[in-house]
Design a protein around this ligand. Structure first.
Ligand code: DAH
Length: 439
């Protein structure tokens, strides 16, 4: 309950700030020329909404766009049908989706952590900024598509550092096949178990067996797994070269079974680059096709792009500085590019310590709320926010937290005086929004 109150007052403070409307009277927000009702779920901030139409993945010469094109080309060339690509590409789907699209259609349980207000940007109780591109899977299946790519911006509340940003880009895909295609060279094999075909109305699909869904035959699952893994391995080889080291890790996603993650070995460590699996048959049946099996995957574009071009900080993706952009503009999409830092300006680190109000504890204080506030006030000069210290006063039992805020401008040197001023504003906003007392 406490958190709910905090979130509400926090978002309303922000809206008051942005729209100079009376705090509690904001009943709707305007996003892309449409009005949306707000409620106690609303936690999108003006700062986040400002990213909505940037479409970096479509911006000519942007590194995200170069890699998007390479991935699309790989798909087009891997699967052609009579000379035409048999994959369709959707890279302009609207980022506001319903909770049904983002969660329910994908069998994500009602109480799953990924639905939490602390993890998503909600427009209101039933609409949010999509947290993954998989949110569009069911609607495209329902429209009758069987092979497609969905590419776009996704939104997640998260910590702040050089690899995390609340907006990033994903490529998500589905490839479905019917019996005749899948078993082209193995006539007589079936996708579905006999007892599923016999009682398809009442059959309850289960995922208790780690190797397959109960409705599918082992042959169909294994053949799909093999194609899926080869297909994705081909993709990372096209991007990183034949010598790239990779490994498969068993995973769990509510919408696929079995599921895997692929990791590649990059700069002395394993880095997770994608999730994938065999689409749960319930999803296909609910959306229409009941005679095919599909595999799906989702990958994060920023990770691949940063590794490929050696871009050290995710905030650079949003840079409008020509020193950054010209390194990628007018280049062949397959060009071998290594990002050269324009220059590295110094960091300023200021600590912020505060006492929590009585109704909050170190464990119930929502760090993500604090991160959003810091970002709203400080903007893109916030490089990192990390929890430095927790403290409980031995006598009064009052609890306090200390965060280190790292400031760095990507394109110039910040003066300590200007950092101090922004730091003061963050303190003020924290006092107002969370009722904390600065130490
Ligand atoms: N949507 C998942 C995420 O954002 C990634 C993912 C995993 C997508 C498996 C898929 C899939 O399509 O089949 O973490």
């Amino acid at each position: 309950m406490t958190n709910l109150l905090i979130r509400t007052s926090y978002s309303f403070n922000i809206f008051k700030h942005c729209y100079s409307t009376a705090a509690k009277s904001v009943a709707s927000i305007r996003i892309n020329n449409e009005d949306y009702g707000t409620d106690d779920y609303t936690n999108v901030t003006p700062k986040i909404l400002s990213y909505l139409n940037r479409n970096l993945h479509l911006q000519k010469g942007h590194p995200l766009s170069l890699v998007r094109q390479r991935i699309v080309n790989y798909f087009y060339s891997s699967f052609t049908h009579g000379g035409n690509p048999s994959f369709s590409v959707y890279d302009n789907l609207k980022p506001i989706v319903s909770t049904k699209q983002n969660f329910d259609d994908l069998l994500i349980p009602e109480d799953h952590v990924s639905r939490a207000k602390s993890d998503c940007y909600y427009v209101n109780k039933s609409l949010l900024l999509r947290a993954h591109m998989t949110a569009h899977q069911s609607e495209l299946l329902r429209a009758g598509l069987d092979n497609f790519l969905m590419i776009g911006d996704v939104y997640r509340r998260d910590e702040i550092d050089s690899t995390h940003f609340p907006v990033f880009h994903q490529v998500d895909a589905v490839r479905s096949q019917r019996k005749e295609q899948l078993f082209e060279n193995h006539q007589g094999l079936e996708i579905f178990e006999k007892h599923f075909l016999d009682q398809s109305q009442s059959f309850k699909n289960s995922i208790n067996d780690p190797t397959k869904q109960s409705c599918h035959t082992l042959e169909a699952t294994k053949l799909m797994e093999n194609q899926l893994k080869n297909h994705l391995l081909g993709l990372v080889k096209v991007l990183f070269g034949d010598n790239i080291k990779h490994r498969w890790v068993d995973a769990y996603f509510p919408f696929t079974h079995p599921s895997w993650e692929m990791e590649i070995f990059y700069e002395d460590k394993w880095m997770e680059v994608l999730g994938c699996g065999i689409v749960r048959n319930e999803i296909l049946m609910n959306a229409g096709p009941n005679n095919s099996i599909a595999y799906a995957f989702g990958l994060g574009l920023e990770r691949l792009v940063m590794a490929l071009y050696k871009i050290p900080d995710i905030r650079l993706m949003w840079s409008t500085d020509s020193g950054f952009l010209t390194q990628f503009e007018n280049k062949d999409i397959n060009a071998d590019i290594t990002y050269k830092p324009v220059s590295s300006y110094p960091q300023c680190v200021n600590d912020l310590s505060f006492w929590l109000p009585n109704e909050l504890t170190i464990d119930t204080f929502m760090s993500n709320d604090f991160y959003d506030l810091v970002r709203d006030v400080g903007g893109d000069i916030i490089e990192q926010v990390k929890l430095k210290d927790k403290f409980v006063h031995p006598k009064t039992k009052k609890q306090s937290l200390c965060y280190s805020i790292v400031y760095r401008h990507l394109e110039r040197t910040l003066t300590q005086a200007e950092v101090n001023q922004i730091h003061k504003e963050i303190e003020k906003a924290a006092v107002q929004s969370f009722g904390v007392v600065i130490r």
